[in-house]
Write a protein that binds this ligand. Structure first.
Ligand code: PYC
Length: 331
């Protein structure tokens, strides 16, 4: 038996985005967060089949478009990637909205604006178009906040680290240069891939941050290494580790949101200020703190992130139950 998926493949700032335009399973749930749980319980083989090898790879991510459950939203998004279904994904949203608009799959009530229900909440998108091409997408994201400060862990291969935890749609461990960590280039990709899961495991021994309004969003999933060095015109550089073996090729939208919240909480970035964030490969998003808010009584910010995506092709993928790797595999 073959399950067919019609996909538009592309990338946002270098990180892959697979818009699954045909083949979305019907989901139960009164919100996109509940639908996310339903998808994970009943259809996770679709995610692993499309994201793991041999149809995907360590960085593969994407999503499905659904009718929203919120009356104010134009569309709902369910994200898929190698580590699961993220509550929110910035580079994914930029790609999915770009390909969705360019291919007539999204019909916004107001031209240039799409309100999107994601499992983490409601986000507001403004996009620019030249002819059929979407040239820029700015996401005004969900409330982002610092969940914990000064967590100490000792990790084999790098020693003691003091880490802050910040939320921007996923929970991030923010690691600034300190002690044996002197910067991204000194560490290199191979050591980032080796150390990051160890840092995450060490953190999970001591802390499990939980979103105050949605307890299904919990636990540090991403590690954001910051760097004092940066390219000309950038305000900061990062390497974001996620899944089991992925370094985000983009500057990471939820990571940028988490970093903006952290910079604000530590008095280094004010409301209205821009922050050009550079990825490990040098691609960029422009972040901005739009306003301060409170989230369940604690200080938070509303960040925005701007970037662009480009489609690379159409991809009809089938998952054949006779294939011994129909669910995909990871080595
Ligand atoms: O852009 O938010 C993001 C993201 C999450 C994981 C990879 N990219």
């Amino acid at each position: 038996m073959r399950h067919m998926f019609f996909c538009i493949d592309g990338h946002t700032a270098g990180n892959p985005v697979r818009l699954v335009a045909g083949g979305a399973p019907p989901l139960k749930g009164a919100t996109m967060s509940e639908r996310r749980q339903d998808f994970l319980a009943r259809f996770d083989w679709i995610r692993t089949g499309l994201c793991f090898e041999p149809r995907g790879h360590d960085m593969m991510s994407g999503g499905f478009l659904y009718p929203p459950t919120m009356p104010e939203a134009d569309v709902g998004i369910l994200f898929i990637e190698t580590s699961g279904c993220l509550p929110m994904c910035g580079h994914g949203t930029i790609g999915l909205i770009t390909f969705g608009i360019e291919n007539g799959l999204i019909h916004p009530a107001e031209p240039g604006r799409v309100r999107v229900e994601v499992p983490a909440g409601l986000i507001d998108i403004r996009y620019e178009q030249e002819g059929n091409r979407v040239t820029s997408v700015r996401i005004t994201n969900i409330p982002s906040y610092v969940a914990a400060r000064g967590i100490q862990v000792t990790v084999d291969g790098i020693g003691p680290l003091t880490v802050d935890i910040s939320y921007g749609g996923n929970f991030y461990a923010i690691i600034e240069p300190q002690g044996a960590y002197t910067g991204l280039d000194a560490l290199g990709a191979a050591r980032l891939l080796d150390l990051s899961p160890k840092v995450r495991a060490a953190l999970r021994e001591v802390i499990t941050p939980v979103h105050p309004l949605d307890p299904t969003i919990q636990g540090v999933s991403h590690i954001l290494w910051t760097d004092a060095a940066k390219g000309e015109g950038a305000d900061g550089r990062n390497a974001v580790f996620y899944g089991d073996r992925a370094i985000d090729r983009s500057p990471c939208g939820t990571g940028t949101s988490a970093r903006l919240a952290h910079l604000h909480a530590t008095g280094r970035l004010g409301v209205g200020e821009r922050f050009v964030h550079e990825s490990y490969i040098g691609s960029r998003f422009t972040g901005r703190i739009e306003q301060t808010v409170t989230l369940d009584g604690q200080p938070a910010i509303i960040p925005s992130i701007e970037g662009s995506a480009i489609a690379t092709g159409l991809n009809t993928i089938w998952i054949d139950r006779d294939d011994m790797f129909w669910r995909g595999f990871q080595v």
